[in-house]
Design a protein. Structure first.
Length: 104
């Protein structure tokens, strides 16, 4: 959906190649997105060559933006320094070791 969010219309082959999946896998995902009202599909033909173009619907754009905002919130909660300093790196702290009790 991120590819579609950045374009007005995107050609099926471009989307497929950009995310590195097969026609059948992308077709199945696009079908589900269309059924949910998130994507509009436009099929055109120029003689013998057919083209399928995809567009994020208004509902799809709204859902994508909400999802991106939720991910941003998760990231800022997990790493508060990232929200105030974009160049901050995540530092993982090892929790204090709890001695193992011998069950004997």
């Amino acid at each position: 959906m991120a590819i579609l969010a950045a374009a007005d219309w995107a050609e099926f082959g471009f989307v497929r190649d950009s995310i590195g999946i097969s026609d059948s896998v992308l077709s199945k995902h696009v079908s589900h997105l269309e059924n949910a009202g998130f994507v509009t599909i436009r099929k055109t033909s120029n003689g013998r060559v057919r083209h399928t173009h995809l567009q994020l619907s208004a509902l799809g754009r709204e859902a994508f933006e909400a999802h991106a905002a939720a991910l941003t919130e998760i990231i800022s909660t997990a790493n508060p320094a990232a929200s105030s300093d974009p160049s901050a790196t995540t530092q993982h702290q090892t929790p204090h070791a709890v001695p193992r009790r011998d069950s004997r």
